[in-house]
Structures are given as structure tokens and as C-alpha cells.
Ligand binder design. Structure first.
Ligand SMILES: Nc1nc2c(ncn2[C@@H]2O[C@H](COP(=O)(O)OP(=O)(O)OP(=O)(O)O)[C@@H](O)[C@H]2O)c(=O)[nH]1
Length: 614
């Protein structure tokens, strides 16, 4: 079957890709960007185009801690085929064990503070990038535009020996960091670049909506390298294979195929496959065979026709500091393991004002991780949900409302959203240790009343007898809800949630809770207010602890990130008298601040401001 490039840019046919073969990979990668769940299922974990160079990306994929660099190295026209060669670098994470397989010079770079920054724009640092080269990926199209070939070329191992050894420059005596004739690098290059190739090939299969029709894998005699004062020498060796694996899509003859894509060194072995034969056993489970059949393609096609599939919507709420985030972390992990893509829309109290450029969106992205996008609500709920659905096509949407939001009112707001989402349930997290707060904050009672599922968290903070009392009170307040006592927000999501495959809304829930006699119909926060204090310098641990120990009782919740003097950044969590100070990953540090939530925060504002400036 001929390839059909109309899938690549629906509606707009790619114009003569043979004239701009570099552009074709760009199209494959762009198309997959629009379908996050497919992108995620195929194995993509991040894709950032260079801001400075065309056809150059840094890429993250499943199973690799480091970052791949991919850039167009050259294009050529050869015997009716236009071919682009993309160079592949792999920049390992400094902590991954693979680092030790790279040369000492490469390891040195991984230890530098600006390593990650330089990896992002690796073409600006050619000396560094050369140390991390792992192989090539080639893409070719024939003149007739009826076939495409995607290939990967790399040595089984990239071995470099140091003839003279490497001497420690800081030592007064001749101390060898690497003895003469020892291996400086022994990198399993093919395995690394093949990891990326598999994801790119699955992307091509998805984009072309057809699986490969031909495959050839050849082992050629490879080379080893030796460097010394007289330069770098290359010599053939039986211990290294140069491997090339090519996939052909569309109408392509075997002769065409091998003729154009062979290395010129002697072949040691080869494997050939073509459509109709059983898949080669070692590659039977590779995604490139089936990526065009991914379920979501259905949704994707529907989207093309203007029909949306409605994802289920789970509402998660609970009073300040009850454990919503802890619960969500377990939940998201669970969904990511199942390969589902989740959008979390947060409506936080005390949220920061938005960046001007984001104002045309009703949400701003706060985090985009493996399988999850976290957004914070910046406009009207319906618009934000609509925008998130059309941009990310999530499998599931979680609406996490601020601890002070009253879900009774929220239910009303959700009714008109049934055109775009399937409302599933309201889950409320209750802090067992702070159960008495129910007397002070009406919103807690309302949340309990509105719940389909109640998670009684922090049961470690109460006795068995008190817990029994809480359970009895909760059942009295809401006899319909399922109640799960736990710690650290852990409840198996399979037990509490439907799997999202049902097609109807849980209208029972809407009907059951919508009529609230004598409830004042106004959105209010029980007079809770929040303040945010920025910290632009480090604070003393003792000073921070003094403040936390003396916070007045009208501060219910305090959280944020500050840097302690001569220490790393820390995450400060305070809930009604209990606090924790935990290390915070400095690479994630964007701003330092403390947010306090409670009543009449004038005194605490003074305390925190003083802490920030001392
Ligand atoms: N002792 C105890 N502490 C817990 C438990 N679960 C969570 N915490 C702590 O309670 C604090 C608040 O937890 P979060 O999960 O951030 O609560 P939240 O509901 O998301 O808080 P907000 O940001 O105010 O909405 C953190 O310091 C948690 O470590 C638990 O079961 N027992």
C-alpha cells in the first residue's frame, strides 16, 4: 500500500516532501504533539524544539533518565531517494549508571553546573555534544512519494582506548586516572539510539496510519578507536558490529531498499522481513507495528469531524491541609501506570496572578509530567475545561478545588458542563486530626454532605475510639457516601472509582445533592483569606521554627518553599499547629514564598515579612 501523506497534515497535503525531507520528521513530531495520550502511550515524555536551530530537538522518552539531542546533520538526493540524516546524542542524567560507560571527558561535563542548560542547546557546544554522540537516524522518501524508509545506524559498542592513559592534572606525582591502554569509553550506543528509534518509528506508524511493510537489519564489521598524542585512530574489529536497521513504509522493493541504505563495510549477518511474514521474533512486541491502531485514534478521528468524546470528571475536595495532594499523588501514579493521561485542574486559594501572555487561556499549566498535566484555573470553569479537552484530550479530568470551596455550589456549576465531561463523583478528604474544625467552618460540613466518597485521612493522629466517633458522625451526616479511613491519602483508586469506561453521567449524584433547603446560595469562603509573602533570601532554620511554633490559632494553613541558610530549599507544610519541613528538589525551585490561610492575618503577615527580611 502506498503511503498516504495526507494524514500527516490533515487538510493540507505536505507539499513535495522530497524537496524538503528534513521537514518530514518535523511533521511526524508535530502531529503527535496534538494527541497527548498517544504521545504518552508511544513512549514520549518530553519534546522541546531548539529555540535557535531548525530541525533540532531535545527529547525525553520512557525508560531513559537522560535527554536525547536530535538534529538534522545533512540531506542528500541519491538514486531517486531524498534522504535526511539526523544525528543523535544522548546526554545521560548525572546520576544514572550509564554515565560510567561514557568517556572521562563526557563524565566531566555531566558534573558541571550548566550541564543541563548546555544539553538543551547542544549545538551551541559542539565539543561537548561530540562526546555524547550515539548514532544516526535516517529518513528517506522516494521521488514518487509512495514510500518512506526510516533507519537507525550505530555501533553495538563505541569503544575508545587511551593509548597513553590520563594523568591526574592536580597530582604532584604521575597519578593515572586512567592507565595507558585502558578503555576510556565502552558505550552500548546501539541500544541507546535504538530506544529513541523505536519511539520515532511508532510515531511514523501513527502519523502514516500504516505499519511498516519491510524491515532489514544488518550487522557489519565495526571499529574501535584509540587516542594518543598522535590523534584518534580507527581500526576495524570483530568485537564491535556496526548495526543498521531499516523500516520501509509503503510501496517499496527490497532491492531499492537495501541498495540505498547499506553501509559499505562487510556484512556479518542480516535479517529481512516483509509484509505477510510473521514478525521477526526479537521485534515482535515493538510498538511500530501497531501504533496506528491505538484506541485514541478513534477519538482523534472524531475530533477531526468535530465530535468530542467526553472524559470522566472527578471532583476532589477537602478542607485546607486535609491530604488532597497526598491522595492525588497516589491516584496519578496509579493512572500513569495504567497508561492513562490525566488532566488535573486546580482552583487554589491564594493563587498567584497570572502571566499576561496566558490570559487568552482560561487555565495556566503549572506542571506537565509523565502522563499528567496540572493546570490552574484562570478563567471560567467551562471555558478552561473545553480548552484543556481540546488541547490534551485527557482520558480523565480531576478538578481539585481549593480547601475552602463549597462543592454544593460547585455541583450546580457542573450541571451545564455535561456536554463536555461525564461527571463521575465528588471525593472529599477529611483530616481526622482536625475533625473538630467542622464546628468552626461550615464548609467542612457542606463538603461532607456533598460527597460520594469520603476519605478520612491522618487516622494516625487519633485513637481508635475517636475514629469510631468520626465514622459514626460522618455516616449520620451523609448516609450515601462510601467512607475510607486511611493515612497519607492512600486509598486504592480501583476500589473507590469506576474505571471511567461508563458512558452515562452519575446523575444520581446530581439529583441527590442538588436540593439543599435553607442553604444560602452565595459563594463564600467562610471569611478565610490568604496572604503570600515572597522570600528572596535564605532564612535561619531557628527563625523559621520560632515563627511556626508561635503562629496564632487564626492561621489554619501555611505552606511554601524557602531556602534555609547553608542548606537546600525546603518545603514548609503547616496545618493547625502541626508542621513539617522537608527537603525540596532545588532543580524545581522557581520562586520562594510562604502562603498563609486563615482569619485576620495581620499579625502573621508581620511575622512572615520580618522573617523574609531579617
Ligand atoms: N500525620 C499525618 N500527616 C499527613 C497525612 N497525610 C498528609 N499529611 C501531611 O499533611 C500536610 C498537608 O497534606 P496535603 O496532602 O498537602 O494536603 P492538601 O489537602 O493538599 O492541602 P492544601 O494545600 O491546603 O489544599 C502535609 O504536611 C502532609 O505531609 C497523614 O495521614 N498523617
Amino acid at each position: 500500500m502506498k503511503i498516504n501523506l495526507s494524514h500527516i497534515k490533515p487538510g493540507v497535503m505536505v507539499e513535495h516532501p522530497a524537496n524538503d525531507i528534513g521537514e518530514l520528521l518535523q511533521h511526524f513530531l508535530s502531529l503527535i504533539q496534538f494527541v497527548p495520550i498517544v504521545r504518552f502511550t508511544i513512549g514520549w515524555r518530553g519534546m522541546v524544539p531548539s529555540t535557535r536551530y531548525h530541525h533540532c530537538w531535545t527529547l525525553k522518552i520512557k525508560g531513559f533518565q537522560g535527554v536525547f539531542g536530535l538534529c538534522l546533520a545533512n540531506t542528500e538526493i541519491n538514486n531517486h531517494w531524498s534522504q535526511a540524516t539526523f544525528r543523535v546524542c544522548y546526554f545521560p542524567d548525572p546520576d544514572e549508571s550509564l554515565v560510567e560507560r561514557f568517556s572521562m571527558a563526557a563524565v566531566y561535563y555531566t558534573q558541571q553546573d550548566n550541564y543541563r542548560e548546555h544539553c538543551r542547546e547542544f549545538l551551541d557546544y559542539p565539543e561537548m555534544a561530540a562526546l555524547f554522540d550515539v548514532g544516526n537516524i535516517l529518513l528517506a522518501i522516494n521521488d514518487a512519494e509512495s514510500a518512506i524508509v526510516l533507519s537507525v545506524q550505530a555501533p553495538s559498542r563505541h569503544k575508545i582506548t587511551s593509548k597513553d592513559g590520563i594523568v591526574n592534572p592536580t597530582s604532584a606525582t604521575t597519578e593515572y586516572l586512567l592507565a595507558p591502554d585502558e578503555l576510556d569509553q565502552n558505550l552500548p550506543s546501539f541500544v541507546i539510539v535504538y530506544g529513541l528509534f523505536k519511539v520515532i518509528a511508532a510515531t511514523a506508524t501513527f502519523s502514516l496510519q500504516q505499519s511498516p511493510s519491510q524491515l532489514i537489519r544488518e550487522r557489519h564489521m565495526g571499529h574501535s578507536y584509540c587516542f594518543g598524542v598522535d590523534g584518534l585512530k580507527r581500526q576495524p574489529t570483530h568485537f564491535v558490529d556496526d548495526l543498521t536497521l531499516s523500516l520501509g513504509y509503503g510501496e517499496i522493493s527490497m532491492t531499492d531498499f537495501s541498495h540505498n541504505f547499506n553501509l559499505d563495510t562487510p556484512i556479518k549477518s542480516s535479517l529481512q522481513w516483509q509484509e505477510g511474514q510473521p514478525y521477526p521474533s526479537i521485534m515482535r512486541d515493538v510498538f511500530w507495528w501497531n501504533a496506528h491502531k491505538i484506541n485514541d485514534l478513534k477519538a482523534y478521528d472524531k475530533r477531526m469531524m468535530g465530535i468530542e468524546e467526553r472524559p470522566p470528571l472527578y471532583v476532589i475536595s477537602g478542607f485546607l491541609g486535609s491530604g488532597k495532594t497526598s491522595f492525588l499523588q497516589h491516584y496519578l501514579e496509579h493512572e500513569v501506570q495504567r497508561g492513562r493521561f490525566v488532566a488535573v485542574l486546580q482552583n487554589e486559594m491564594g493563587q498567584v496572578s497570572l502571566d499576561g501572555k496566558l490570559m487568552d487561556q482560561s487555565y495556566s499549566i503549572t506542571e506537565l509530567n509523565e502522563g499528567t498535566v496540572c493546570c490552574s484555573l484562570a478563567g471560567e470553569l467551562r471555558t478552561a475545561l473545553g480548552q484543556i479537552i481540546s488541547r490534551f484530550q485527557p482520558d480523565v479530568i480531576v478538578l481539585e478545588t481549593s480547601g475552602a470551596t463549597n462543592p454544593l455550589y460547585l455541583r450546580e456549576d457542573l450541571v451545564p458542563l455535561s456536554e463536555i465531561v461525564r461527571f463521575d463523583s465528588v471525593t472529599i478528604v477529611v483530616d481526622a486530626g482536625q475533625y473538630r474544625a467542622i464546628e468552626q467552618y461550615d464548609v467542612i460540613a457542606d463538603q461532607i454532605h456533598a460527597a460520594d466518597i469520603i476519605i478520612v485521612n491522618k487516622i494516625d493522629k487519633v485513637s481508635e475510639a475517636i475514629l469510631q466517633g468520626i465514622m459514626t458522625d460522618l455516616t449520620k451526616r451523609n448516609p450515601h457516601a462510601k467512607i475510607y479511613p486511611t493515612t497519607q491519602g492512600y486509598v486504592n483508586p480501583r476500589v473507590i472509582f469506576s474505571d471511567g469506561s461508563e458512558t452515562s453521567d452519575k446523575t444520581r449524584v446530581d439529583n441527590q445533592h442538588s436540593e439543599e433547603p435553607n442553604m444560602p446560595r452565595k459563594h463564600h469562603h467562610d471569611q478565610l483569606t490568604s496572604i503570600k509573602i515572597p522570600f528572596d533570601r535564605a532564612v535561619r532554620r531557628g527563625d523559621l521554627i520560632d515563627v511556626l511554633d508561635t503562629l496564632p490559632s487564626n492561621v489554619f494553613r501555611l505552606k511554601g518553599i524557602v531556602t534555609l541558610e547553608s542548606e537546600r530549599p525546603v518545603l514548609v507544610q503547616y496545618v493547625a499547629g502541626d508542621y513539617q519541613i522537608n527537603d525540596f528538589d532545588s532543580s524545581m525551585l522557581e520562586e520562594q514564598f510562604l502562603v498563609a490561610i486563615g482569619h485576620d492575618l495581620t499579625q502573621v503577615q508581620l511575622q512572615l515579612t520580618q522573617l523574609a527580611v531579617v
